[in-house]
Design a binder for this molecule. Sequence first.
Ligand SMILES: [Zn+2]
Length: 418
Amino acid sequence: MSGKRKVSYFYDPDIGQFYYGQGHPMKPHRVAMAHSLVLQYGLHTQMEMFRPRRAEAEDMHQFHTEDYVSFLRTVTPDNVGAHQAALREYNMYEDCPVFSGLWEYCRISAGGSIAAAAQLNAGASDIAINWAGGLHHAKKFEASGFCYVNDIVLAILELLKYHSRVLYVDIDVHHGDGVEEAFLTTDRVMTLSFHKFGDGFFPGTGDVVNVGHGQGKYYALNVPLRDGITDETYQALFRPILAKVMEVYRPEAVVLQCGSDSLAGDRLGVFNLSSAGHAACVEYVRSLGVPLLLLGGGGYKIVNVSRCWAKETGVALGLDLPEALPPTEYYEYYAPAYQLTVPAKSEGFPNKNTPEHLQALQEQATRGSSRSDGDGNWMMDGGLQGEHSWRDEALAHARPQMGMRPAPHAADVDVDAS
Ligand SMILES: [Zn+2]
């Protein structure tokens, strides 16, 4: 890893105490577990640590409607019975339950991401981290997919005060729909999401033909993938596409949502990435040398989430952390291997992202863009760029590497400490 970066880390020690409810896959405790590893690896001595100000309703109004924010602030498990109509209106049931401390949870997640963005705006850091953020499904006026307040949109709005173009990259297994939707009609934010698409997988959006609207046309880019994608296949898409986007869009800041439900063995995810492959995305984006905001996101096997985000905190600092996990209060959760890296599955998990699928993806991309635009050009400050030519180029670059074998087998850790 090349070069030192000044890293700021935002953490509120209360985050681990929130509980979505029995059987709910989202466990904020994973952020506390990641933090524990960060401390025991000694990473706090190499970066600035902040306990961020919690977001206020006014901060949330930058994106969310006042009535929705007001409801989030008001509703509690005790008064929920009196709000049945509103719960339906704001989609706050099943996936998005009302739990004790919900408002504070939203304030912490959003406050951390806004503060991290402000730190980058001030030029005080090269990289800012908020693992309690990355809640990419929340909408302007409703909750969605375990997300209530879209801290990412709020952070990007903060970055836009000082940066003319912001690139959002999403490596969660789910489509970054809330962020894409928020910036669908602007060219000041480009969204790029790699995600599972098809078979009714949540949230169901993010096909390759969805490219944005109006002024934002071609500034939303989607890479729909199938089950079982490996580190090699993922990198073969991620790097050339990112490189091309950087070259053409020239963002002044990058926000990377590091949802770790794209790791092998996730309770909800269907990909086969190791945490080394996941972290390689962070390392690549870091190498671009643009102010970088790292956020959390999905991730439903908590021992995998914590190890992944600890490793990626190390990557931010340019450090390759030792494989042997340091002792923490959660040490036994990591039995029997007690190793940092989350391995990929070596068998029984076919990579359905075949060369044929990528070929089809490329054809869809070409068809979609020629259907959606008369001139087929992607307009940028730097001039005109053939929209599908670069996408074809990126995908063509990836194709010869598609037949690669899965990563060598390593000791698997298959414990769910939930
Ligand atoms: Zn997800």
